[in-house]
Design a protein around this ligand. Structure first.
Ligand SMILES: NC(=O)C1=CN([C@@H]2O[C@H](COP(=O)(O)OP(=O)(O)OC[C@H]3O[C@@H](n4cnc5c(N)ncnc54)[C@H](OP(=O)(O)O)[C@@H]3O)[C@@H](O)[C@H]2O)C=CC1
Ligand SMILES: O=C(O)C1=N[C@H](C(=O)O)C[C@H](O)C1
Length: 268
């Protein structure tokens, strides 16, 4: 499968180039960075710590997309929306790992998904997607006298909060409780907050050092606490998940899909 990596020089971009290199049946067809990037013209393999690949970093996304079967995108919300329009034009699978998307970005992805398959997830790992299924089931089982708090920690360079994974886990908890996360979400507490409102789902984001991604969902009841957690030790696992999603999405009919679809976790 011919795959383009956009944001090729980023932390995830380099991991994606490596994951493609290591996956039989996949080949890096192009590596895209933004116009003006000092990395344009560099060999993408070398950028990822591999032998030279002959694929030079370019800023011509549309030409790259028309020659490919899929695009792996871990960039920024605005860039992802722009890439979705190009992937729709080229009718290729668009794998979106970018987090921090707001409703206006999601609406544009939905529009693009009428023309091509988009697979989006705040976390491409098997462990987190299994955790989400567990969280949904536990939230459905326990009543609102069990408070739900989601704690995450990431490296100091992360620019969005709460993390996409925390939001994904919050959505799973809200689904289990059959409520709308947007109505129940409490992401900031500071000063005289008053007592915790029943039924809310709280988020706390910690940032520091080189932490790849830690998530914990706490169900706090009267006199007891249930904690479900996931620790990502290597961001290579997100890249491997993204490549798996691309292979699953190859030639798939247009629509918006998730890692739950890719991993076949619907029944859980
Ligand atoms: N879903 C998942 O499993 C995971 C998701 N993520 C998410 O992926 C995203 C990226 O993370 P990370 O790799 O750490 O971030 P980085 O900042 O290291 O990488 C982003 C890269 O994208 C480039 N970029 C941004 N806009 C464009 C554009 N329009 N055209 C081409 N290149 C562009 C950036 O270039 P420049 O520096 O010049 O702006 C940079 O090289 C984040 O939203 C993060 O939360 C991360 C890990 C796992
Ligand atoms: O920015 C990161 O690094 C990560 N982002 C994703 C998120 O926002 O949840 C996934 C992973 O935790 C790493």
């Amino acid at each position: 499968m011919r795959l383009v990596v956009v944001g090729a020089a980023g932390r995830m971009g380099r991991m994606l180039i490596k994951a493609i290199h290591e996956t039989p049946g996949c080949v890096l067809s192009a590596a895209i960075e933004r116009p003006g990037s000092p990395l344009l013209g560099q060999d993408a393999g070398v950028l990822a710590g591999l032998p030279a690949s002959g694929v030079l970093v370019s800023d011509d996304a549309l030409s790259a997309f028309v020659e490919a079967e899929g695009v792996l995108d871990f960039t920024t919300p605005d860039s992802t929306v722009a890439f979705a329009a190009l992937a729709a034009q080229a009718r290729i699978a668009h794998i979106v790992g970018t987090t921090g998307l707001e409703p206006q970005h999601l609406a544009k992805l939905e529009a693009a998904a009428r023309h091509a398959a988009i697979i989006r997830s705040g976390n491409m790992s098997l462990g987190v997607n299994l955790l989400a299924a567990l969280v949904r089931n536990v939230a459905a089982t326990l009543g609102t006298d069990w408070d739900i708090e989601i704690v995450e920690m990431h490296h100091r360079m992360k620019v969005d909060a709460p993390s996409g994974t925390a939001v994904l886990l919050g959505e799973a908890a809200a689904q289990g409780r059959q409520v709308d996360l947007a109505q129940q979400r409490v992401a900031v507490r500071d000063g005289q907050t008053g007592a915790r409102a029943p039924g809310t789902i709280g988020f706390a984001a910690l940032r520091g050092g080189t932490v790849v991604g830690d998530h914990k969902v706490i169900f706090a009841g009267a006199g007891e606490r249930l904690e479900l957690s996931h620790v990502a030790e290597d961001r290579g696992l997100f890249a491997q998940g993204a490549v798996k999603a691309a292979l699953w999405g190859r030639g798939r009919k247009p629509g918006l899909y998730s890692m739950t679809d890719v991993l076949g976790l619907d029944a859980l």
